[in-house]
Design a protein around this ligand. Structure first.
Ligand SMILES: [Zn+2]
Ligand SMILES: [Zn+2]
Length: 295
């Protein structure tokens, strides 16, 4: 056994591993120590090793005897979350069962908040480095509110990270007033922007149908009523996609549809404009087809 085999063993376990699990792979403790001394392995805390490619947020959380949580874990799971710039602290979960109050929260407190700490009770089994997906989602609800939660949940459902059983478990773990969000979530939302639009328009009681296949046009994000298309464009609508969108709009118009198209900045930062446009179209009955158009 060599230093290299120590690194290989940590990689095999998933990039972050406890000493006892590495030793169980046949690695000598002395080789582990040398790998750390030579910079081939990180040691976020005594008894835990990580490969140098481990995200800094994960190393930070581990150094507190914690795990990445909430939006930090959500990004690692690939959930849809609003951009928060680079200023977002590491959201770290401390398991109070194992590390009660005596834990040293930060080695250098004068540097300010390096982490946003969560100390709630787990929903599902954590890994060594991260909270479970259900726990992560519930923390996003507590930390970022229902819209962020809903968009993250729909992206988790779309990626099959949460199955029907887990979905029910998540629902029961939430405060009663938020459980309807889990029932309202779909598995086929195209993007977090679509999730936000559907959630926000719900309060107007508009008959909004997601993911409608319009012949000759393709699948549109939403149709309101008979013929009012609402598209929520992510950042993939520049260049050639831009032209394709124009073709779709023209093809839809030729069939009697009207398309309202909004982008990330409008939906996230200027929702009033989006809302005013949709409600104005609605009040002028642009969603009703005099020709009896149906899709
Ligand atoms: Zn948080
Ligand atoms: Zn920290």
């Amino acid at each position: 056994m060599t230093v290299e085999s120590a690194v290989a063993a940590v990689e095999l376990i998933g990039g972050v591993a406890r000493t006892r699990d590495i030793v169980a792979q046949g690695v000598r403790k002395s080789d582990l120590g040398r790998a750390h001394a030579e910079g081939l392995l990180l040691r976020p805390r005594v008894g835990v090793y990580a490969t140098p490619s481990t995200p800094t947020a994960t190393v930070e959380a581990l150094s507190h005897r914690g795990r990445i949580a909430c939006v930090t874990a959500g990004r690692a799971y690939g959930l849809w979350l609003l951009d928060d710039g680079d200023q977002e602290p590491v959201h770290t979960w401390i398991d109070e069962k194992h590390h009660p109050m005596r834990i040293a929260i930060h080695p250098e407190p004068e540097e300010g908040a390096c982490c946003a700490f969560h100390r709630d009770i787990a929903v599902d089994e954590p890994t060594l480095a991260s909270v479970g997906i259900l726990h992560c989602l519930r923390q996003i609800l507590a930390c970022r509110g229902e819209e962020a939660f809903f968009a993250a949940l729909e992206s988790a459902l779309r990626q099959s990270l949460v199955d029907d059983q887990a979905r029910e478990r998540l629902k029961l773990s939430l405060p009663a007033g938020f459980r309807w969000l889990v029932d309202f979530a779909r598995t086929d939302a195209g993007s977090g922007l679509e999730s936000l639009v559907r959630l926000r328009l719900r309060r107007y009681g508009l008959a909004l149908t997601p993911q409608v296949a319009v012949p000759g046009v393709g699948v549109v994000d939403f149709v309101i009523g008979d013929c009012l298309i609402v598209e929520a464009d992510g950042d993939t609508h520049d260049g050639p996609s831009r032209h394709r969108d124009r073709v779709r709009d023209a093809a839809a118009m030729a069939l009697g549809f009207i398309t309202l198209r909004f982008d990330y900045a409008l939906i996230v930062h200027d929702w009033e404009i989006v809302e005013a446009a949709i409600l104005a179209a609605f009040s002028r009955n642009l969603h009703r087809s005099p020709a009896g158009l149906t899709w």
